[in-house]
Design a protein. Structure first.
Ligand code: UDP
Length: 374
């Protein structure tokens, strides 16, 4: 089977540091190829994931351009999608697996009847784009999947009619996680993720002071990856405003620190050494790559019981979850009694790349099967 995997024009695959969707694709593709699939990756020029073929219009990721006015960036996705459609014209692709928000879904629906079947993975909060999701009609050739069961329950009926279920996210860190040696823990909690209101870094920072625990915040603020980048930041960016108004007042460089974007071994060691990975969610986190990464690194998860968290975390065994924001601070202390080996074993059982790839291959086969006559 030859799959066109559409990663979009925003970041390279694998990403250097932050990159939720690109990380998922970098985890999925090697396993699909190991299972015999050929992969044509639609991406940007500086992606270095091994694939059979690459389609790229842009030499590098356009992520930073998302800050520019709409009329200056509205050509980015169409230029990328145009190249994808031209590649499909060659007629040798068996299936398109698309990850481009909104535009990927409509591209698949707009392809003619001779196009291959398409699967669009919904990585987002499905209450977005109500006009699109509420009226979507991809016929029988376009299917969608969620990244958690909870996420699909928030989808409008028109979109849900195209759903073939959900596939939980995975991480290469889960491979052999149950056999890895214990990590020496240090007394701090970590919040790993984009600094944005939905991820609740303001709540984490406030609780660190009131409940008395050290906190490290890691992740970008909009396109700004490091504290020094913030000096020249566009103050109109909503995440920059959130940082200055809601989070920074609690960041004293001692009890609460922001270390910017962390990548590779530094990210893994920051998470593995933490006593707790904190997810003070204010939105329904759809898939939570950082959640499964934390478990694979032997760090129990403490967070608000919404979105994918109750599906990924077993309360009392691999983490502690609550619907009460004020209780979170106490749970950070209580989670110290959880076993890191339980977290790693759960990740090795449920969140390996092989598990995710097998699930996607199952979906590919299901949506490629000819529709029975009558
Ligand atoms: N990430 C990272 N460095 C950072 C912050 C995040 O490598 O400083 C990675 C994190 O490990 C995860 C991804 O970015 O793999 C974020 O994905 P997730 O699904 O958790 O959140 P999203 O941003 O997609 O909502």
């Amino acid at each position: 089977m030859r799959v066109l995997m559409n990663a979009g024009p925003w970041l390279p695959v694998p990403p250097r540091g932050y990159g939720g969707i690109e990380n998922v694709i970098a985890t999925l593709v090697p396993e699909l190829r190991r299972l015999g699939a050929e992969v044509v990756l639609a991406t940007v020029g500086d992606s270095d994931l091994a694939v059979e073929e690459r389609v790229a219009v842009f030499p590098s990721g356009r992520f930073d351009e998302l800050q520019r006015p709409y009329n200056q960036v509205c050509g980015v996705v169409p230029a990328h999608q145009h190249a994808v459609v031209r590649r499909l014209d060659r007629g040798d692709i068996d299936l398109v697996h698309d990850h481009v928000e909104a535009a990927g879904l409509t591209m698949l629906a707009g392809l003619g009847p001779d196009a291959p079947p398409g699967l669009h993975t919904l990585h987002w909060d499905l209450r977005k784009h109500p006009e699109l999701y509420g009226t979507f009609d991809g016929g029988s050739r376009v299917r969608v999947n969620g990244v958690s069961a909870d996420q699909l329950t928030h989808a409008p009926e028109a979109l849900r009619a195209h759903a073939v279920g959900h596939v939980h996210l995975a991480t290469p860190l889960a491979d052999g996680a149950d056999r890895r040696a214990r990590t020496e823990k240090s007394p701090y909690a970590v919040v790993l993720g984009r600094i944005t209101p939905g991820k609740g870094q303001d709540l984490a920072a406030r609780l660190a002071h009131s409940a008395g625990f050290d906190l490290v915040l890691a992740g970008p603020i909009g396109p700004y990856r490091q504290p020094a980048d913030l000096l020249a930041a566009d103050q109109r960016n909503p995440d920059v405003r959130f940082w200055h108004e809601e989070v920074a007042p609690h960041v004293d460089g001692d009890r609460v620190r922001w270390v910017g974007t962390v990548a590779g071994a530094a990210r893994d060691s920051l998470v593995a050494s933490a006593e707790v990975a904190l997810f003070p969610l204010r939105w329904n986190e759809p898939g939570g790559t950082a959640v499964v990464e934390s478990l694979a690194l032997g760090t129990p998860v403490v967070g608000i019981a919404r979105g994918c968290l109750p599906e990924l975390v077993e309360h009392g065994r691999t983490g502690l979850i609550t619907t009460d924001e004020e209780e979170l601070g106490e749970l950070v202390h209580a989670a110290r009694r959880l076993e890191e080996a339980e977290c790693r074993a759960e990740a090795a059982r449920r969140f390996t790349p092989a598990t995710m790839a097998a699930a996607y291959l199952g979906l590919y086969e299901r949506i490629s099967a000819p529709v029975p006559a009558g």
